[in-house]
Design a protein around this ligand. Sequence first.
Ligand SMILES: [Zn+2]
Length: 131
Amino acid sequence: MLKEVGGVAIQPRHRASCHCGAVELELDLPDGIVDPRRCDCSICRRKGAVVASVPLGGLRIVKGADCLKLYQFNTNTAKHYFCSNCGIYTHHQRRSDPGQYGYNVGCLEGVNPFDIRGVPTEDGVNHPSDR
Ligand SMILES: [Zn+2]
């Protein structure tokens, strides 16, 4: 977990937003950024975002719920959300752990994910739920 990225402190309640600002999230991050990672599955390899995890109850949509678009594919288990105006991926309900959301670390207010060193890449081609 990361309590600070590039000099920016991660707040216990940290705001996140899409690019155009239509969608705003509030995340409970008492332990900072937990398990930051990339993934090479078919969707993640295209979006390239650094993703971290929060429990479902730790993410609230404070603005723009009507702007969020849901995208699903394959087993239709995971729920991928993005802003229908600017196209930015904000968060998704995970397939390997439906009790968690993954969220786009690059959407966190003030956080530059390129300041996080050594972000691991998960083996999404061989997804744990497909084994
Ligand atoms: Zn947007």
